[in-house]
Ligand binder design. Structure first.
Ligand SMILES: [Zn+2]
Length: 273
């Protein structure tokens, strides 16, 4: 069984100490750890890292309020009213599929959370306050923008998951010039307009084109893929610009992928009805 000390040693050997770290993980990939997911959080915290994890909560998503955008990844005729739960920021409001590490991170003293009702992020570490600057429901990837604009070391770590769970790729889509879709969600009892990422089911196809910037490290009892954040975003954005279809999933009829390949939401708020 690995201890916090073992993990800190691995983090140092991988060169991840004192970095901003976007962790996407399936906890089982770490194997048996002394204190479970808490060991992971403690090890990164004691290594001076600022940990960034998605803490999404889909239950708060609401149906489109009106047909007010073109090329928005929605077939408005086919949308049914969705059952929604108001997002309050409670630590219980996180999808199980986010994994146990983000769930545990929300409980940790000092963790900050962006207030986006459906796509919030949990952040812990010395740069947490700076990284949540400029957040808003219509600026879903503000944290990634802040990391990108800062020259400090930053990494994406994929532990037991692939690019379909790699949220920063949606930010690379933005850097490539795509306009993110608008959705709606309920936040503190109010329906609010939000910005969200698109379909990620086809993202793993990007891997073969960026093998040269991938490192595989030992993390816990398993392996993790790591990428330097700035290098990764620039490389993925360039691939998307050159071949917009590269992110498309296997479903030819996927409206989100089809609209995103065309550049995403049309900026003018054109009323269709
Ligand atoms: Zn798709």
């Amino acid at each position: 069984m690995l201890t916090e000390k073992d993990l800190i040693k691995q983090i140092n050997e991988a060169g991840l100490a004192n970095s901003s770290l976007c962790l996407h993980s399936a906890y089982r990939s770490f194997g048996a750890l002394e204190e479970g997911p808490q060991t992971v959080i403690n090890a990164f915290q004691k290594s001076g890292c600022t940990l960034v994890c998605p803490a999404f909560y889909y239950e708060s998503q609401a149906f489109p309020v009106k047909q007010n955008y073109q090329n928005n990844g929605v077939d408005y005729q086919a949308v049914n009213e969705m059952r929604t739960v108001s997002f309050t920021g409670s630590i219980d409001q996180i999808e199980a599929c986010m994994g146990v590490i983000p769930k545990q991170l929300l409980k940790q003293e000092g963790t900050l959370r962006t207030y986006h009702p459906s796509n919030s992020f949990a952040v812990l570490g010395p740069d947490a306050q700076a990284l949540i600057a400029d957040q808003s429901e219509l600026n879903v990837y503000s944290i990634y923008k802040n990391i990108y604009q800062n020259p400090r070391p930053a990494y994406i770590v994929l532990a037991g998951v692939d690019f379909t769970s790699c949220t920063p790729i949606h930010f690379a889509e933005e850097v490539a010039g795509r306009r993110l879709f608008r959705r709606w969600a309920v936040s503190n009892g109010q329906v609010t307009e939000t910005e969200e990422g698109s379909c990620s089911n086809g993202f793993e196809k990007l891997r073969e084109q960026i093998q040269n910037i991938e490192s595989v490290i030992t993390l816990g009892n398993g392996e993790a893929r790591i990428y330097e954040f700035h290098v990764f975003i620039d490389a993925v954005a360039k691939i998307i610009v050159e071949n917009p279809d590269v992110t498309h999933c296997e479903d030819d009829n996927c409206i989100r992928c089809n609209d995103m390949a065309l550049g995403g939401r049309v900026v003018e708020e054109t009323l269709l009805t």
